[in-house]
Design a protein around this ligand. Sequence first.
Ligand SMILES: C[S@@+](CC[C@H](N)C(=O)[O-])C[C@H]1O[C@@H](n2cnc3c(N)ncnc32)[C@H](O)[C@@H]1O
Length: 272
Amino acid sequence: MLPRDTVAAFFVPVGAVMTKDHVSINREVWDKDAQNWVDLGKRLWSGPPQWGIWGAPETSVTLLPEDMTGLDAVELGCGTGYVSGWMARRGARVTGIDVSSEQLATARQLADAYGAEITFVQGDAEATGFDAGRFDFAISEYGAAIWCRPEVWLREAWRLLRPGGSLVFLGNHPLSIICTPLNGAPCEPVLHRPYRGLWGVDWTEVEIDPSGVTFNLSIADWFALFTEIGFTVTRYQELYAPDEAAETRCWVPSDWAKNYPMEQVWHLSKPV
Ligand SMILES: C[S@@+](CC[C@H](N)C(=O)[O-])C[C@H]1O[C@@H](n2cnc3c(N)ncnc32)[C@H](O)[C@@H]1O
């Protein structure tokens, strides 16, 4: 686990000499991996909203306002842009920001294919450069939610929202991180890492499927951070694998995820 650093950009040693910040590392990871996400993006653009690793239907988890007519919405770490597409379908004026030009290329192609008018911008969700108070609704599904420093991107999301605005984000449950072996193998019903002080996790040099740098907090630390920023928590959900799930997805075996929450969803509001 990585030491918490709430001020400076977060640097990871690469090889013996260089260091790179987490945003550059994650951009490279996603630029390289983007082709592997095109088919999933196509499938999700074409259907009704569903969420997370096992596709929890929107009709049961309700992450989006049903009617988004006239709302200004932003997706932070939009990837292939299907969440942006769903919001546009519900009537929102949507902006999607992502650090990876390759992911955005897919998002733009799919938006064109579906005739969706969405503004896609390349940038860092920790420092978007958008005007303050520009949005009514912000969302991240496995985007900023896991790839950005919580204390930085959540302050940025707060800045972007109008009073009365909402932020919803979905990512790994902290339990799934601490149950993941240090070599990056699928999670097990064993505590492999400390829960106390959970923050950055460097997956760049793990033996099995190395990737980038992700972030998570203990539940108490998430609450403390929301309170410090000024967000009100309106709902908290823990997601499990459905009964019929039978395989391992994204390093989470279904047997594990039927007994332990693999994902969490925070619903926050910025008070008026
Ligand atoms: C798993 S995708 C999630 C997005 C979307 N739900 C999807 O699956 O296509 C993660 C995305 O987060 C983006 N990302 C990582 N770090 C970011 C940052 N600092 N700012 C904006 N986007 C970032 C990546 O480029 C990637 O497209």
